[in-house]
Design a protein around this ligand. Structure first.
Ligand code: SAH
Length: 465
């Protein structure tokens, strides 16, 4: 490192610049961000410099530099874009005792000016010792995007609150407090309430942190929808934005998990290795344990949490532990699947009720009112119906259902790899087995894809008559 970065105290002190052209303007735009007294010495100053002088943002001496012009200056810039004139004024400034920078002349400069990302009082200086100005600009652009515009404001307000926050014990607790402020509470309060909301938010956060020991967490039981992130509700997105812990099902898509807060702990409760999936009791315990530690837990379930979601077991466990919860509904697989085939779940004159049924439950293939389901015009959405297909087909035919009843199976509804099998009750098996579906699939009894949808070429519909 040939240059050591420091931040020079310039408030109320002099910075002098010699030059009136483009190079001078570029430097002045940076220097004028400071609270220094700026003087420009230029025989032929650009109009912008004259305007700044008229606005009293700098003092302008409209002639060539003379001895004494840089007297008492902490920094001096030679920016004449003329090597001889720059050498002359640099020598004068040296004699006046200032530290000298000659623009575009690294060798003869006593200091260099870095690229700056300004979120005053947070200032990032980027230097490459003249080696790679392009790289410096790229890093600057990167940081400009990454650091929220409100950062400076937050740092200023944070500074006024430092003494108040000293009531927190030094170490993790205090660090976590400031971390929560800069990462989450601060930016959020500016976004939703403007500058005046920041201080009250800080006070509330301090209060929360002080009482964290007796603070209980909260659990949002959130529907993630069928897989397409655009089918997530705004409420679900907001919950993911603030989650400390996300406990999700195997079926929740990667694109949706990617929306969770960067710092959130992600737990896959459908992971192989706990058997085919984690036992429900273990999931209940896991949710409660995280909430007890004060975390904001998002329990993220595919589709709608209230449809074949084992929701009640989890709510019972939360109630038993005295932990607050709320349900955030989602789009269930049946809604997404029926939309994809251009049909309605109910239709006047055809069916005035629709059944959501499961192919199997915890005890095996699920029993249903087959006689009722076998009637013409009935519509049922069958969840988890792949393995039970032959059983369902057999029961319905046995109870007098028309073998020509349309049956449609939608795999990966709303996802890019969606597949639709259009068949009949008579053909359901072996069609389903032969198709070899691997993703989640929803089976509609009594619905076929609408003709217009079948005719469309972007749809992946396979017909089995
Ligand atoms: N709570 C979920 C259902 C959970 S049960 C919901 O409301 O959708 C799991 C079953 O849902 C799967 O076996 C499958 O039948 C269905 N399913 C979930 N996502 C699906 C999708 N994207 N496409 C088709 N079926 C889906």
């Amino acid at each position: 490192m040939d240059h050591f970065p420091v931040f020079m105290a310039v408030a109320g002190r002099r910075i002098v610049l010699s030059g009136g052209g483009e190079a001078a303007l570029a430097k002045l735009r940076l220097i004028l961000k400071t609270t220094a007294h700026v003087t420009v010495v230029a025989a032929d100053p650009a109009a912008e410099i004259c305007r700044w002088a008229a606005e009293r943002r700098l003092r302008l001496i409209s002639r060539a530099m003379e001895p004494g012009d840089a007297m008492c200056a902490v920094l001096f810039y030679a920016a004449n874009e003329d090597a001889r004139e720059d050498a002359r004024v640099a020598a004068l400034a040296h004699r006046d005792g200032a530290r000298v920078n000659i623009v575009d002349n690294l060798a003869d400069s006593q200091f260099i000016t870095p690229a700056i990302v300004d979120r005053d009082p947070v200032v990032v200086a980027i230097g490459t010792e003249g080696a790679a100005p392009v790289l410096a600009r790229r890093i600057k652009r990167d940081l400009e995007e990454r650091l929220p515009a409100s950062l400076g404001l937050l740092a200023r307000i944070g500074k006024t609150f430092r003494a108040a926050a000293d009531v927190l014990p030094m170490g993790v607790k205090r660090r976590d407090f400031w971390g929560a402020f800069y990462d989450k509470i601060g930016p959020q309060s500016v976004e939703y309430g403007g500058e005046s909301a920041v201080l009250p938010a800080l006070e509330a956060l301090l209060d929360d942190t002080l009482h964290a020991a007796d603070k209980k967490g909260h659990v949002d039981l959130v529907g993630a929808g069928p897989g397409d992130p655009d089918l997530l509700t705004l409420k679900a997105r907001k919950a993911l934005d603030v989650a400390d812990v996300v406990i999700h099902d195997r079926l929740v898509s990667r694109e949706i998990l990617d929306l969770a807060r960067r710092e959130a702990v992600m737990i896959d409760a459908g992971k192989e290795g706990f058997g085919t999936s984690m036992a429900q009791d273990d999931i209940d315990d896991l949710i409660v344990a995280h909430a007890r530690r004060g975390a904001h837990v998002v329990r993220l379930k595919a589709g709608d949490p209230t449809v074949f979601g084992r929701l009640d077991e989890e709510i019972d466990a939360l109630d038993a532990a005295g932990i607050s919860w709320r349900i955030v509904p989602g789009i269930t697989a049946a809604s997404a699947a029926v939309a994809s085939i251009g049909q309605s779940l109910t239709k006047s004159g055809r069916n005035s009720s629709v059944r959501f049924m499961t192919g199997h439950d915890t005890k095996g293939f699920a029993d249903h009112d087959w006689k009722m389901l076998a009637r013409p015009g009935e519509v049922a959405a069958i969840y988890m119906g792949k393995r039970a297909a032959r059983f369902i087909q057999g029961r319905l035919l046995m109870h007098g259902a028309d073998p020509a009843t349309p049956v449609t199976v939608i795999e990966n509804a709303s996802r890019p790899d969606q597949r639709v099998l259009a068949t009949t009750l008579a053909q359901l098996e072996p069609t389903l087995t032969e198709a070899g579906l691997t993703g989640p699939a929803l089976t509609f009894l009594g619905l076929a894809p609408r003709d217009a949808v079948t005719a469309s070429h972007d749809m992946n519909i396979e017909e089995f008559a």
